[in-house]
Design a protein around this ligand. Sequence first.
Ligand code: ATP
Length: 250
Amino acid sequence: MNANTLKLEGVAKTFGVVRVLEAIDLDIRQGERHALIGPNGAGKSTLFNLISGAFAPTSGLIALNGTSIGGLVPHALNRAGLGRSFQITHVFDRLTVRENILLAVMGRFGKRWSLMRIGPVWAQIAEETDRLIAGANLAAQAGKRAADLAYSEQRAVEICMTVGTGASVILLDEPTAGMSREETRHIIEFIRRMTEGRTLVMVEHDMDVVFTLADRVSVLVNGRILVTGTPAEIRSDPRVREAYLGDGEH
Ligand SMILES: Nc1ncnc2c1ncn2[C@@H]1O[C@H](COP(=O)(O)OP(=O)(O)OP(=O)(O)O)[C@@H](O)[C@H]1O
């Protein structure tokens, strides 16, 4: 049994002649919250896209619980227990908050949309949907169309949908992008609650979020992992300061 939920070994990605990622080794441990940070253009999104199956690696191994997943299509990854939320919101605008989240939870229970939602499985689906809605403080919005929500509320719906699929590894791409301080504070608490007992991998620019939420942080610079460590280790690492935190950009 492999203790590392997600393992990357020698992962590289080139686009044409451009080598974007090189020799990436990364061990994401079961149950940890792991942040990927780095200066603009370091390769964070590319790495995230490789892990979530949007791109296949040019070389190297990506394994989930000891099984290679490199190059699997997203729905196959989903079945393997990996759930991804996107930087660009992927909720269904015309459906209500509850319907959106219900859809994600239904998928987990292998159910399709139906008007006859009776029986023990549907009761379980409804219960889980309501638990997510309550956890995200979305009860007052449950009957509203997703299109009519504030941006931060749409992001919360999206995170509920990702968690609702039952994924044991949750991937979040800049979960607080475009949010106010207050919204950010709220969503951090929400993510913390929702990922309890699961593994979280996130790309995040906001250092307050990273240092508050992450158990470990990997710093990516020029397509390579410069260092992986606890927030305290990362904060005090002179290489990180030089390469990233000290560049005055963030
Ligand atoms: N499809 C592509 N074709 C060619 N080059 C690409 C492609 N996607 C990304 N790149 C290049 O790869 C490098 C890394 O990009 P990436 O978006 O992964 O960085 P990032 O760390 O996420 O940056 P940011 O913080 O600005 O989002 C950049 O130089 C980018 O121009």
